[in-house]
Write a protein that binds this ligand. Structure first.
Ligand code: SAH
Length: 226
């Protein structure tokens, strides 16, 4: 079973994304094992210090190397890891290809930064991969770590009820997903496209592909160039 260990200064922030829906079901069914580790438990000082001012001056605290190093070493003694990932805005942006790759990789450690980030020596010597979730800055790496976990976990075989469902989502073939509709087929004067209630599988397939391409051309033409 894939193990994901998340190291954080505020692990409480991680709880809710894992406590419902698909992620909870994956955990309950033993399809993935996800654990949170509080950086304060690995501090080397009596007052549980984990961050300090940056050398050279300037606003913002920086996570220290010792607690992170202690925690990573503790985990490495018990398990083998494929990647030690740092969530950070100044890194390549997450995409479906990376999610696919990480879903079939071995165990993962994910490190969340906060405030001004983490000591560069952690990034240079301990981290094996850095991921951003987009070109904007959040206050901590917990939401990004939850985003990464969700995107990976839903791809693990058995997690989604319908095994093919993830394959028809956006980005799997560089296309955005086609529109979807459900009952009622007529709401006030709003009707579902006839083809979807025609029962003709080939026509439905062709319509969906056409809509996918149309939508991608309009909203994300960059994907079609890939
Ligand atoms: N000083 C840093 C930002 C620190 S934000 C800079 O300017 O690049 C604090 C923490 O939030 C980071 O250490 C990181 O773990 C997390 N974070 C913020 N935005 C993020 C993003 N877009 N993707 C991934 N992690 C992010």
């Amino acid at each position: 079973m894939k193990k994901i260990d998340i190291i954080s200064a505020t692990p409480d922030l991680l709880k809710s994304p894992f406590s419902g829906s698909i992620m909870k079901r994956a955990l309950d069914n033993g399809l993935v094992d996800i654990n949170f580790h509080d950086l304060k438990d690995y501090s080397i000082s009596n007052n549980k210090q984990i961050d300090d001012y940056q050398f050279g001056g300037g606003a913002g605290m920086v996570l220290m190397i010792e607690p992170i190093n202690n925690c990573v070493n503790f985990l490495k003694k018990q398990n083998k890891y494929s990647e030690i990932i740092y969530m950070t805005p100044d890194a390549p942006v997450l995409n479906q290809k990376i999610c696919n790759k990480l879903s079939v990789s071995g165990n993962l450690i994910i490190i969340c930064g906060h405030y001004k980030g983490i000591d560069q020596r952690v990034r240079d010597n301990i981290i094996t991969m850095e991921i951003s979730i987009g070109d904007y800055v959040l206050s901590g790496g917990e939401l990004p770590a939850a985003v990464l976990c969700d995107s990976i976990v839903r791809l693990i075989p058995g997690v989604l009820n319908d095994g093919t469902s993830a394959l028809t989502d956006s980005f799997q073939d560089n296309l955005l997903a086609p529109p979807v509709y459900t009952r009622p087929s007529t709401f006030q004067n709003l009707k579902v496209p006839d083809v979807l209630i025609s029962g003709n599988k080939n026509k439905i397939e062709a319509w969906r592909e056409e809509k996918s391409i149309e939508k991608t051309e309009r909203i994300r033409p960059d994907l079609l160039k890939k």
